[in-house]
Design a protein. Structure first.
Length: 210
Protein backbone atom coordinates (compact mmCIF):
# COMPACT_ATOMS: atom_id res chain seq x y z
CA UNK A 1 0.00 0.00 0.00
CA UNK A 2 1.30 3.41 -0.85
CA UNK A 3 0.11 5.59 2.03
CA UNK A 4 1.54 5.54 5.52
CA UNK A 5 -0.55 4.72 8.56
CA UNK A 6 -2.44 7.56 10.16
CA UNK A 7 -2.75 7.20 13.93
CA UNK A 8 -5.98 8.07 15.64
CA UNK A 9 -4.11 10.70 17.65
CA UNK A 10 -3.76 12.61 14.37
CA UNK A 11 -7.28 11.95 13.16
CA UNK A 12 -10.48 13.03 14.86
CA UNK A 13 -12.01 9.56 14.48
CA UNK A 14 -11.62 6.32 12.58
CA UNK A 15 -14.70 7.25 10.58
CA UNK A 16 -12.83 10.19 9.02
CA UNK A 17 -10.08 7.99 7.55
CA UNK A 18 -10.20 6.70 3.99
CA UNK A 19 -10.28 2.94 3.54
CA UNK A 20 -6.59 2.93 2.64
CA UNK A 21 -5.66 5.02 5.68
CA UNK A 22 -7.83 2.82 7.87
CA UNK A 23 -6.04 -0.36 6.79
CA UNK A 24 -2.60 1.26 6.93
CA UNK A 25 -3.20 2.56 10.44
CA UNK A 26 -4.53 -0.76 11.65
CA UNK A 27 -1.56 -2.71 10.31
CA UNK A 28 0.98 -0.11 11.40
CA UNK A 29 -0.35 -0.43 14.95
CA UNK A 30 0.16 -4.19 14.98
CA UNK A 31 -3.62 -4.79 14.65
CA UNK A 32 -4.09 -3.82 18.29
CA UNK A 33 -6.59 -0.99 17.84
CA UNK A 34 -9.98 -2.67 17.57
CA UNK A 35 -11.64 0.65 16.77
CA UNK A 36 -10.05 0.57 13.33
CA UNK A 37 -11.17 -2.93 12.43
CA UNK A 38 -14.59 -2.21 13.92
CA UNK A 39 -14.89 0.78 11.58
CA UNK A 40 -13.87 -1.36 8.62
CA UNK A 41 -16.52 -3.91 9.67
CA UNK A 42 -19.18 -1.21 10.12
CA UNK A 43 -18.36 0.45 6.82
CA UNK A 44 -18.43 -2.64 4.63
CA UNK A 45 -20.59 -5.18 6.45
CA UNK A 46 -23.75 -4.39 4.49
CA UNK A 47 -22.04 -4.70 1.09
CA UNK A 48 -20.53 -8.05 2.08
CA UNK A 49 -23.90 -9.25 3.38
CA UNK A 50 -25.61 -8.39 0.09
CA UNK A 51 -22.91 -10.21 -1.87
CA UNK A 52 -23.43 -13.33 0.26
CA UNK A 53 -27.21 -13.03 0.03
CA UNK A 54 -26.95 -12.98 -3.78
CA UNK A 55 -25.41 -16.47 -3.64
CA UNK A 56 -27.80 -18.12 -1.19
CA UNK A 57 -30.97 -16.02 -1.11
CA UNK A 58 -31.23 -16.66 2.62
CA UNK A 59 -30.76 -14.01 5.29
CA UNK A 60 -29.39 -16.39 7.94
CA UNK A 61 -26.89 -17.91 5.52
CA UNK A 62 -25.86 -14.43 4.43
CA UNK A 63 -25.28 -13.37 8.04
CA UNK A 64 -23.25 -16.50 8.84
CA UNK A 65 -21.14 -16.08 5.72
CA UNK A 66 -20.61 -12.39 6.40
CA UNK A 67 -19.02 -13.40 9.71
CA UNK A 68 -16.93 -15.98 7.84
CA UNK A 69 -15.76 -13.34 5.37
CA UNK A 70 -14.60 -11.04 8.15
CA UNK A 71 -12.85 -13.96 9.88
CA UNK A 72 -10.88 -14.30 6.65
CA UNK A 73 -10.32 -10.56 6.33
CA UNK A 74 -9.03 -10.40 9.90
CA UNK A 75 -6.42 -13.06 9.07
CA UNK A 76 -5.51 -11.89 5.57
CA UNK A 77 -5.65 -8.11 5.84
CA UNK A 78 -1.80 -7.89 5.82
CA UNK A 79 -1.99 -9.35 2.30
CA UNK A 80 -4.03 -6.39 1.03
CA UNK A 81 -1.69 -4.34 -1.15
CA UNK A 82 -4.04 -1.69 -2.47
CA UNK A 83 -3.86 -2.64 -6.15
CA UNK A 84 -7.68 -2.55 -6.11
CA UNK A 85 -9.98 -0.73 -3.72
CA UNK A 86 -10.66 -2.27 -0.34
CA UNK A 87 -14.32 -2.65 -1.33
CA UNK A 88 -13.32 -4.66 -4.42
CA UNK A 89 -10.96 -6.82 -2.36
CA UNK A 90 -13.64 -7.50 0.24
CA UNK A 91 -16.15 -8.47 -2.43
CA UNK A 92 -13.58 -10.85 -3.92
CA UNK A 93 -13.07 -12.45 -0.50
CA UNK A 94 -16.85 -12.70 -0.09
CA UNK A 95 -17.27 -14.29 -3.52
CA UNK A 96 -14.56 -16.86 -2.85
CA UNK A 97 -16.03 -17.64 0.58
CA UNK A 98 -19.47 -18.22 -0.92
CA UNK A 99 -18.09 -20.41 -3.72
CA UNK A 100 -16.18 -22.48 -1.19
CA UNK A 101 -19.36 -22.91 0.85
CA UNK A 102 -21.29 -24.01 -2.24
CA UNK A 103 -18.60 -26.60 -2.99
CA UNK A 104 -18.64 -27.78 0.61
CA UNK A 105 -22.40 -28.25 0.56
CA UNK A 106 -22.25 -30.14 -2.73
CA UNK A 107 -19.74 -32.65 -1.32
CA UNK A 108 -21.66 -33.81 1.74
CA UNK A 109 -25.05 -33.51 3.46
CA UNK A 110 -25.36 -30.41 5.57
CA UNK A 111 -25.66 -31.61 9.15
CA UNK A 112 -23.75 -28.76 10.81
CA UNK A 113 -23.95 -25.05 10.04
CA UNK A 114 -20.60 -24.25 11.66
CA UNK A 115 -19.00 -24.32 15.11
CA UNK A 116 -20.73 -21.32 16.66
CA UNK A 117 -24.04 -21.94 14.94
CA UNK A 118 -24.20 -25.55 16.11
CA UNK A 119 -24.00 -24.38 19.70
CA UNK A 120 -26.91 -22.04 18.96
CA UNK A 121 -29.18 -24.11 16.70
CA UNK A 122 -28.15 -27.66 15.82
CA UNK A 123 -30.78 -29.48 13.81
CA UNK A 124 -30.15 -33.08 12.68
CA UNK A 125 -30.67 -33.94 9.04
CA UNK A 126 -33.58 -36.13 8.03
CA UNK A 127 -33.01 -39.84 8.72
CA UNK A 128 -29.25 -39.58 9.29
CA UNK A 129 -27.19 -42.70 8.61
CA UNK A 130 -24.66 -44.21 11.05
CA UNK A 131 -21.75 -42.23 9.56
CA UNK A 132 -23.63 -38.95 9.93
CA UNK A 133 -24.57 -39.79 13.51
CA UNK A 134 -20.97 -40.65 14.36
CA UNK A 135 -19.64 -37.47 12.78
CA UNK A 136 -22.29 -35.37 14.55
CA UNK A 137 -21.25 -36.94 17.87
CA UNK A 138 -17.57 -36.24 17.21
CA UNK A 139 -18.35 -32.70 16.12
CA UNK A 140 -20.38 -32.18 19.27
CA UNK A 141 -17.48 -33.38 21.41
CA UNK A 142 -15.11 -31.00 19.62
CA UNK A 143 -17.57 -28.15 20.12
CA UNK A 144 -17.69 -28.77 23.85
CA UNK A 145 -13.89 -28.96 24.05
CA UNK A 146 -13.42 -25.80 21.95
CA UNK A 147 -15.96 -23.95 24.08
CA UNK A 148 -14.19 -25.06 27.26
CA UNK A 149 -10.88 -23.78 25.87
CA UNK A 150 -12.20 -20.22 25.87
CA UNK A 151 -11.98 -17.93 28.85
CA UNK A 152 -15.05 -17.46 31.03
CA UNK A 153 -15.79 -13.97 29.58
CA UNK A 154 -15.49 -15.38 26.06
CA UNK A 155 -17.84 -18.25 26.84
CA UNK A 156 -20.35 -15.86 28.35
CA UNK A 157 -20.10 -13.61 25.30
CA UNK A 158 -20.80 -16.47 22.88
CA UNK A 159 -23.67 -17.61 25.06
CA UNK A 160 -25.20 -14.13 24.86
CA UNK A 161 -24.57 -13.56 21.15
CA UNK A 162 -25.09 -16.97 19.55
CA UNK A 163 -27.18 -19.05 21.93
CA UNK A 164 -29.44 -16.48 23.58
CA UNK A 165 -29.35 -14.24 20.47
CA UNK A 166 -29.06 -11.16 22.66
CA UNK A 167 -29.04 -7.94 20.57
CA UNK A 168 -25.69 -6.21 20.21
CA UNK A 169 -27.11 -3.15 21.98
CA UNK A 170 -27.76 -5.21 25.09
CA UNK A 171 -24.34 -6.84 24.92
CA UNK A 172 -22.72 -3.42 24.61
CA UNK A 173 -24.70 -2.14 27.60
CA UNK A 174 -23.77 -5.19 29.69
CA UNK A 175 -20.08 -4.73 28.89
CA UNK A 176 -20.12 -0.94 29.19
CA UNK A 177 -18.68 -0.46 25.70
CA UNK A 178 -19.85 1.06 22.43
CA UNK A 179 -22.02 -0.83 19.94
CA UNK A 180 -19.19 -1.08 17.39
CA UNK A 181 -16.78 -2.33 20.07
CA UNK A 182 -19.31 -4.99 21.11
CA UNK A 183 -19.63 -6.21 17.53
CA UNK A 184 -15.87 -6.35 17.21
CA UNK A 185 -15.49 -8.28 20.45
CA UNK A 186 -18.07 -10.85 19.36
CA UNK A 187 -16.31 -11.19 16.01
CA UNK A 188 -12.92 -11.81 17.62
CA UNK A 189 -14.39 -14.29 20.11
CA UNK A 190 -16.04 -16.21 17.29
CA UNK A 191 -12.68 -16.30 15.53
CA UNK A 192 -10.98 -17.66 18.66
CA UNK A 193 -13.69 -20.32 18.96
CA UNK A 194 -13.40 -21.28 15.30
CA UNK A 195 -9.62 -21.62 15.56
CA UNK A 196 -9.91 -23.80 18.68
CA UNK A 197 -12.48 -25.99 16.92
CA UNK A 198 -10.26 -26.35 13.83
CA UNK A 199 -7.26 -27.37 15.92
CA UNK A 200 -9.32 -30.07 17.61
CA UNK A 201 -10.78 -31.30 14.31
CA UNK A 202 -7.40 -31.92 12.63
CA UNK A 203 -6.27 -34.95 14.67
CA UNK A 204 -9.77 -36.44 14.47
CA UNK A 205 -9.61 -36.27 10.69
CA UNK A 206 -6.20 -38.02 10.65
CA UNK A 207 -7.40 -40.76 13.03
CA UNK A 208 -11.05 -41.55 12.24
CA UNK A 209 -11.24 -44.62 14.50
CA UNK A 210 -13.05 -44.31 17.84
Amino acid sequence: MSSKGVGLSKAAAAGELSDEQLVSSYLAGGRRDDRLFAELFRRHRRAVWHRCYAFFDNALDAEDLTQEVFFTVYRKLPQFRGEASLRTWLERVATNTCKNELRRRSRRPRTLDGPVEVVARYRPSEAPGPAAVTEARRAGERLVAAFAALSEPERRLLQDADVDKKPYKEIAADLGISLSAAKMRVLRTRLAFKQAYSRLAEPAERNPDD
